[in-house]
Design a binder for this molecule. Structure first.
Ligand SMILES: [Cu+2]
Length: 579
């Protein structure tokens, strides 16, 4: 069983246990003896079963189990101790078992709420709040059911509640407020002397675009979705003028995967101000990394990218030989892009398909009709990629894979989530359940270039109640905090930095660090053995633990966030900062 399914199973069992105890308590109060005994017996089994799931999670990593061991387990034990003996004695007046059963229900629910609303790291405040809630609910039930709790119980309840209120404010407080993001910056002139300059102008505006015969209200660069494809040859200087015609909430250009100087990175409020209607901003940087990239707005990025403010950036090492096709995949107003296209390719021609996932969720790609190699991921060439056949690839949000093959005499087709998007002739049968490529074991390995790390950070991804803003929200959190309260990771120029990224939530988080490519060291403790993987976007699935590293060689203030942009907007954004 994977850690991800263990997390889900533990959650389901906890919900069943809580429901069983509460239902049993209610049935007992209503003198429904068989129902009460049945539900309580079921709840007892479920509560005991959590000993297995919590132990297994603790073995997978303390991050997955901390609050369960420290809060849910003691509360569950209290539940079993209070309700178990009553249950075994099966009293004739079942109503006398109502309060112990309800107490067990509150105790298990308390532990569950700490997991769902607070998560990692466990805190004394959260634990005490849960205990106070359990005690209060039990005392209230006692009174409602017509018995007076003893003085000792009432006093204990008051003491616990006060202690919880005093320490429980730790729930709301951020673990160390983040310093304000500096808006002033050092201007670095792009080294433009003498190099050929490729100039483009992108005008952002609302537009109606036609997708599969339907008119869609979009936000677009130069009235097209995707925006114009920007191409350059290594060594060129790219000069892109961004104008905003009428996007009220502002636009910027972020060069996804391109390690530009910090002031060209296009993150509003961090590296520049958003470009408002009527304004313009000129981006200039040297194209010194070959590969497949993309650009998109980083202002209200969740909405902006979804509505169409994105395009392709390809930097080639030399003029194109053979067929070189970009396939930027996107979902615009529920409609899949790009439209399918078919173009015959002469047998023997080298073909490169540049697959780009511009959505916020993972897509599955399958190339049918030919053996192929994955030549590059996220713009970096792989070492010793072997030939693959009938193998699918999963590309995370923001990620890019370059597939290469030599055109055979028979047709070839590329499918995205089962839909043909590109083909060289009559489409072969839709691929079935092909095995998935694991990039961590693909290609030829080489030793990690570092033996020690100057800085190590752990990011635990979760969900939790965020009370630090104007309105409470159920945020996507990092180490228990949400943007803007997540402390930045501070590094020095030249540091070798390691990140451990732990996903203890129920959803995939495609991680994206700006300004740097990270080398994948391991996943779930297993070292990567394939070609060195220098990524800028990688899926951390529920229950997974990724360790990655990079050299801090690009000074500035860099966004480090989930590229499911709705998650990023809902708190899952922090910053890497150079001291
Ligand atoms: Cu996410």
């Amino acid at each position: 069983m994977t850690t991800g399914s263990l997390l889900a199973a533990d959650l389901v069992i906890a919900v069943l246990a809580a429901a069983g105890w509460l239902g049993g308590g209610a049935a007992a109060a209503a003198r429904r003896r068989p129902l009460a005994l049945g539900l309580a017996a079921f709840a007892l089994l479920a509560t005991l079963a959590r000993a297995v799931t919590i132990t297994a999670l603790a073995r997978a990593g303390w991050w997955f189990a901390a609050e369960k061991v420290l809060v849910a387990a003691p509360l569950s034990l209290a539940a079993v101790a209070a309700a178990g003996p009553r249950l075994l004695r099966a009293p004739a007046d079942i109503r006398s078992a109502a309060v112990p059963l309800l107490f067990a229900g509150y105790a298990v629910s308390g532990g569950l709420l700490v997991t769902v609303l607070h998560g990692y790291p466990a805190s004394a405040g959260a634990g005490l709040l849960a205990v106070a809630g359990v005690v209060t609910a039990t005392v209230v039930s006692w009174r409602v059911l017509g018995r007076r709790p003893s003085r000792t119980v009432s006093r204990a309840a008051v003491v616990v509640a006060v202690a919880a209120l005093v320490t429980g404010t730790g729930l709301a407080a951020a673990p160390g407020a983040a310093p304000a993001v500096p808006h002033d910056r050092e201007y670095r002139d792009a080294r433009t002397a003498g190099e050929p300059t490729r100039r483009f102008t992108l005008t952002a505006g609302t537009a109606t675009v036609n997708v599969s015969g339907r008119d869609v209200a979009a936000w677009a660069f130069n009235a097209q979705v995707p925006g114009p494809e920007l191409t350059a040859t290594v060594g060129d200087v790219l000069e892109v003028t961004l104008r905003n015609r009428d996007i009220e909430r502002g636009v910027t250009l972020h060069w996804h995967g391109y390690d530009v100087p910090n002031d060209q990175d296009g993150v509003p409020g961090v590296t520049q101000a958003a470009v408002l209607p009527g304004q313009e901003f000129v981006y200039r940087f040297r194209a010194d990394q070959a590969g497949t990239y993309w650009y998109h707005t980083h202002a209200v990025s969740d909405i902006g990218v979804r509505k169409g403010l994105y395009g392709v950036l390809v930097v080639r090492p030399a003029p194109v030989t053979g067929v070189d096709v970009t396939v930027p995949v996107h979902t615009l107003d529920g409609l899949p892009l790009p439209a399918p296209r078919t173009e015959p390719v002469e047998a023997g021609t080298p073909v490169r398909l540049r697959l780009i996932n511009t959505d916020s969720t993972t897509h599955r790609y399958a190339l049918a009709g030919t053996p192929f190699r994955v030549a590059a991921i996220d713009g970096s060439d792989l070492r010793g990629p072997t030939s693959l056949v009938d193998t699918a690839v999963l590309i995370p949000a923001g990620g890019r894979y370059d597939l290469v093959f030599t055109a055979p005499t028979t047709p070839v087709a590329l499918f995205v989530d089962g839909r043909a998007v590109y083909s060289t002739g009559a489409v072969p049968a839709t691929p079935g359940e092909w095995p998935m490529l694991d990039p961590l074991t693909y290609g030829v390995g080489s030793p990690v270039p570092w033996t020690r790390f100057d800085k190590e950070f752990t990011l635990v991804l979760d969900r939790g109640l965020d009370l630090s803003g104007l309105l409470p929200r159920y945020a996507h959190t990092v180490n228990g905090a949400a943007d803007p309260d997540i402390p930045p990771q501070v590094v020095r120029l030249g540091d070798v930095v390691a990140f451990t990224i732990v996903n203890r939530s129920q959803v995939v988080h495609p991680w994206h660090l700006h300004g740097h490519h990270v080398l994948v060291l391991s996943r779930n403790g297993k070292p990567a053995t394939g070609s060195p993987l220098w990524l800028d976007s990688f899926d951390v699935r529920p229950g997974e633990v990724w360790k990655v590293a990079f050299r801090a060689d690009n000074p500035g203030m860099w966004a480090n966030h989930c590229h499911n942009l709705a998650h990023a907007d809902a708190g899952m954004t922090l910053h890497l900062m150079y001291s």
